[in-house]
Design a protein. Structure first.
Length: 258
């Protein structure tokens, strides 16, 4: 179990994206989302046990993602549409997933989906085969502003599965803007079945709130993270370090199968 709390000084990390060459792809869905991303340094041996044969961990040695080997991402999928513009399933969803920066057997930079908890039972186990239905799934997001003061936002997320996996975060921070990233194509692979991968064409605005490497102005006022239970226990021990707090104000994605 890991429990981290306190008043902090801002942190974040950019998702390192690998370009994917244009090729025949089948568009599956489009979505508009907001996210909160936590960059972590977790024990190497337990993490590596999730990696399929031929895949290796890819850890940045510099920049805002330095030392990060696992990301915990809380996601509000505000809208989800099929290629014809019709809602997919319920048309929205909330989930949290664990994704590791990795190299595939060819040496390409990819993202390896280790697992996740989803509020939609139809989304479990999902395309990647390792999502669990969260029997508890709560999300609260609030924003307030007075006069010329900065906007203060609070996010509270709680996901828990019947089998004991529990991921929970509370954060209060000063909202900023952040740069708009150039469009990128990112491959997301299943850690269970590495022959399954999807290509996410995405644009986003990421606001770095705090980072232990680049040390931007601290805008995190309160932070608590709780992770425990079930299959996730081995990933989160007392040595886990939080490296980055990133508020992804919006991300627009087009997801395709190869």
């Amino acid at each position: 179990m890991i429990r981290i709390s306190g008043i902090h000084t801002g942190l974040a990390a950019l998702i390192l994206c690998a370009g994917v060459s244009a090729q025949a792809q089948i568009l599956i869905e489009n979505s508009l989302e907001t996210r909160f991303q936590i960059d972590l340094k977790v024990p190497t041996a337990p993490l590596n046990s999730y990696f399929p044969v031929g895949f290796t961990s890819s850890v940045a040695t510099q920049g805002p993602a330095k030392d990060c080997n696992l990301r915990l991402v809380f996601i509000d999928r505000i809208t989800i549409h099929d290629p014809d513009g019709k809602p997919v399933g319920k048309g929205s969803n909330r989930l949290v997933y664990l994704v590791a920066p990795a190299k595939d057997p060819s040496g390409n930079s990819v993202q390896l989906v280790i697992g996740g908890l989803t509020a939609d039972p139809e989304d479990a186990p999902g395309y990647y085969g390792n999502y669990l239905f969260a029997t508890t799934h709560d999300m609260r997001r609030t924003a307030s502003v007075s006069g010329a003061n900065p906007v203060l936002e609070t996010q509270d997320w709680v996901f828990a599965a019947k089998s004991g996996e529990h991921l929970e975060m509370h954060i209060k921070y000063e909202r900023g803007t952040g740069p708009r990233a150039l469009p990128a194509d990112v491959r997301f692979y299943s850690a269970i079945n590495p022959t399954n991968y999807q290509i996410s064409h995405q644009e986003q605005v990421l606001d770095i709130l705090r980072n232990t490497t680049t040390t931007p102005p601290d805008r995190v006022k309160e932070f608590t993270l709780k992770t425990s239970g079930g299959s996730y226990d081995k990933l989160f021990d007392k040595t886990v370090k939080v490296l980055s707090w990133d508020n992804i104000l919006w991300i627009s994605r087009s997801v395709s199968n190869p």
